[in-house]
Design a protein around this ligand. Structure first.
Ligand SMILES: Cc1ncc(COP(=O)(O)O)c(C=O)c1O
Length: 443
């Protein structure tokens, strides 16, 4: 397939950038993050692991599957039929949706340490809610955190006192513009598996810490009892431990990754792993901690709509019935081993990371790794794939699809090796610019 920069998607995106600041609502969906000027940008239809663009071109998604939101594949029939039934019976009314209670029961059944559940619509928003509850419960302000947890003031405040605080924990270039300066000093970052850094912050802010927020797992496995040590320290100080399961939840098992890692938090936040694309997030916590939500005002009309509750209940049912986590890890293992083999065959130096269902790689060479990443996306697009340097697995993929994908990406690896050998820069072979990483203005 030839690729062109005058497809309907790119034309619409140019329009979008003039009337939607930033072009899209999610940084990770910006076409510049993939293939500047050539990424198809918009879809007309998505089904299973296939996506059709506005020109009718068909692609296999071997990248982010709805940025991690479609573990069961796109337009899953069972989940969508549950949503349609909810629509047919009224997605909204003055009375509450019973599915709200059924889902809370299900989440508590999956996390027996918990006794209360609240809901929101987005992952970052749910983290903001969780930190509010923790601050209400402890009547303290400071939050220690590790990793990415959304766009809200409590989080971006980290860059007020140190403008680079979020550079390596999330992305560089985040100006805390619009975040009240009064929040400076209310949250402090630490790095995964660095228990000394964590202990030093605990000591420095002793008596003033409301919560510790961390993804239990993402790119690396916890070492030397890292999570257990955090659990012990927070428990003895009466600090609320919040596990952000937005991305890791419902990928290694039915429920939080902490169920596999053997450490229970006080609050766990679930989002895109559990809903198969419907907008719903859950804040699941110990009963007494969650009870503090009664004393601080958290209330929103659309938190009560029925469709996402119905879809999420069905999504969890399918996930459990088909033991989807087993498939996700099996595919991830195949992908990681395949990348390694194909890179070795081409003679490329590759680094591979991530938990199996959310694997990624980076090529080390003379040029910037983003150049290689962009080239791979460009050449794989020609072969009918939406590809990046990450592969989020779903139950809609198959061994057959993955093996063909590995053969195709192996060919692209060989193209890079050939260019290297002939001393031709890979960047010179890009039709558009190098893809963006991090946060930058688009105009
Ligand atoms: C660990 C983690 N926390 C929070 C978020 C933010 O979630 P959302 O994009 O739904 O606001 C994400 C999104 O990728 C995430 O991976």
């Amino acid at each position: 397939m030839d690729i062109a920069n005058n497809g309907k998607g790119q034309l619409l995106y140019k329009k979008a950038k003039s009337i939607i600041p930033g072009g899209t609502q999610l940084l990770s969906k910006r076409p510049e993050m993939f293939l500047p000027d050539y990424w198809p940008a918009y879809y007309s239809k998505a089904k299973g692991c296939k996506i059709w663009d506005l020109d009718g071109n068909e692609y296999i998604d071997v990248s982010y599957m709805g940025i991690g939101a479609n573990v069961l594949g796109y337009a899953n029939d069972e989940v969508d039929n549950a949503a349609k039934e909810a629509i047919n019976n009224g997605g909204m009314s003055t009375l509450n949706a019973p599915e709200e209670v059924y889902l809370a029961q299900k989440l508590i059944e999956l996390h027996p340490w918990a006794g209360g559940v609240r809901y929101a619509k987005a992952g970052g928003e749910a983290l903001a809610l969780a930190t509010r509850i923790a601050r209400a419960y402890t009547k303290k302000d400071i939050i220690l955190f590790c990793g990415y947890h959304g766009w809200h003031d409590w989080y971006l405040a980290a860059n007020l006192s140190n403008k680079d605080a979020l550079d390596d924990l999330h992305i560089p270039g985040l100006e805390p513009l619009g975040v009240p300066k009064g929040l400076s000093g209310t949250n402090m970052p630490f790095h995964y598996n660095n228990i000394d850094e964590f202990n030093a912050l605990m000591e420095k802010h002793k008596g003033n810490i409301a919560a510790v927020v961390i993804e239990p797992i993402r790119n690396k496995y916890p070492l030397d009892g890292f999570l257990q040590k955090i659990r012990t320290a927070t428990k003895s100080e009466g600090i609320v431990l919040i596990f952000d399961e937005v991305s890791a939840g419902f990928r290694l098992c039915a429920g939080g990754s902490h169920n596999v890692l053997g450490v229970n938090p006080d609050i766990a936040v679930f989002a895109k792993g559990m809903t198969n694309g419907y907008p719903l997030t859950a804040i699941v916590g110990k009963h007494d901690v969650m009870d503090s939500a009664q004393g601080t005002f958290i209330s929103s009309t659309f938190y009560t709509e029925r469709i996402a509750f119905a879809a999420t209940l069905k999504s969890i049912e399918v996930y459990e019935r088909e033991k989807v986590w087993e498939k996700q890890s099996e595919y991830g293992r195949l992908i990681q081993a395949g990348w390694r083999k194909k890179a070795d065959e081409a003679g490329l130096d590759i680094e591979i990371g991530g938990i199996l269902p959310m694997s990624h790689f980076s090529i080390n060479g003379k040029e910037n790794s983003l150049v290689y990443k962009t080239f791979i996306t460009q050449e794989m697009l020609k072969r009918g794939y939406l590809a990046s340097n990450s592969f989020y697995t779903s139950s809609a993929h198959s061994v057959e699809i993955i093996e063909k994908y590995l053969d195709d990406i192996g060919e692209v690896f060989k193209m890079i090796a050939r260019l290297n050998c002939e001393k031709i820069s890979v960047e010179s072979q890009l039709k558009g610019g190098v893809c963006q990483s991090g946060f930058g203005r688009l105009n």
